[in-house]
Design a protein around this ligand. Sequence first.
Ligand code: ATP
Ligand code: MG
Length: 138
Amino acid sequence: MAQRTFSIIKPDAVRKGYTAAILAEIEKASFRIVSIKKQSISRPQAEGFYAVHKERPFFPGLCDFMSSGPIVLMVLEKEDAIADLRKLMGATNPANAEEGTIRKKFAASISENAIHGSDAEDTAAFEIGYWFAGYELV
Ligand code: ATP
Ligand code: MG
């Protein structure tokens, strides 16, 4: 059955002009783009999104980074969307990412790693609801 996941093209990739190339990878991998929007987010909005990481040492830097410039927010759909997007993204640290993955191709470092993807069904549901209203998802 089709499953939905949430993804962000992060500020580093948008700044470098990789938006279209990353969207092409996503579409080539048979994801349907259910909804998409480009916007800048505030630091408090980033803090709310990454609340699960609030005790981690990288949290302040992560929130600064995510609110440093426009991002592209998306809801994506396909069978096994959550696991398949994580595979397509590659490892968090691009140095460890497999050949052919988005992070291998487009990410510079563990902190500026081009793309976000939900890691489980419960986080996908939270993240979709955090950024998209129901009327944006029809
Ligand atoms: P994302 O949640 O963005 O899809 P992920 O699930 O691969 O990435 P997480 O462990 O959820 O990785 O970390 C969230 C984000 O925090 C990472 O994508 C990365 O940008 C940043 N991050 C994680 N670990 C570190 C670290 N050790 N140093 C700096 N930044 C980090
Ligand atoms: Mg994560």
